[in-house]
Design a protein. Structure first.
Length: 232
């Protein structure tokens, strides 16, 4: 099966301009692929570079070398070379990303935060809000909270809004950075079910999950990022 995502010989470092230009290497020669309907989990200790890999794929970080090819609609886009407008288009149609923390917009209701990806891709407002409300209900966000700004919520409630926002569309590629870290057992199980349902529908998923039970329930393949750790 053809890959949805190809990462080829990617390297990343950070330059500390306020520390005399010290260069901190993160990862090097990262290479793997993810196919439709597959969940690949990045493993390794905290700080090894797993989140940096997700952010390079999403276009939040630029890689120093290598290629990140995303295949969609019989076309391949190399994120490492893409222009900002191309990355925005990919995020609207192709890549969904559940980060570790929700960046809550002040005074915007939770249901509208969750519906935003659908609105950005052109869905009608009411249909988008209905889909978002359905996901929030599935994730046990009480109806009384859905009209309130998530900035007022607990960490677990914010993360469930974040998950709903990531799953609300039908993006071919889904990036998950510790989606269940702040959730109780009931909601962890709900997220596992969402992930496995997306796999059955053919979504390619790349995830970071430290919870071994969750990892075992969703992973088709593990990639040990310590193999790509850059020497200091």
């Amino acid at each position: 099966m053809s890959p949805v995502l190809e990462v080829a010989d990617v390297s990343k470092s950070f330059t500390m301009h306020l520390r005399g230009g010290v260069v901190l290497p993160v990862v090097r020669n990262v290479s793997f692929s993810v196919t439709a309907g597959e969940c690949v989990v990045l493993s390794g200790p905290s700080g090894i570079g797993k989140s940096s890999i997700l952010k390079m794929i999403f276009g939040s970080y630029r890689c120093d070398a290598g290629a990140i090819r995303i295949h969609h609609a019989a076309h391949a886009t190399d994120v490492s070379q893409a222009q900002p407008r191309e990355i925005i288009a990919l995020r609207q149609r192709v890549i969904a990303y559940v980060s570790q923390f929700l960046r809550a917009i002040p005074r915007v209701a939770a249901v509208d935060v969750a519906a935003e990806p659908l609105l950005a891709s052109g869905s009608a407002r009411e249909a988008a809000r209905e889909r978002a409300a359905s996901l929030l209900s599935y994730l046990n966000v009480p109806e009384r909270l859905r009209g309130l700004p998530p900035a007022t919520f607990s960490g677990g409630e914010q993360q469930r809004v974040n998950i709903a926002r990531g799953f609300v569309g039908d993006h071919p590629l889904l990036l998950l950075d510790e989606p269940t870290a702040s959730l109780d057992a009931t909601n962890r199980a709900a997220v596992v079910d969402l992930i496995n349902e997306r796999k059955r529908r053919g979504t390619a998923i790349l995830a970071i999950v430290h919870d071994l039970d969750v990892r075992d329930a969703i992973a088709d393949r593990l990639i040990d990022v310590t193999a790509f750790a850059a020497a200091a």
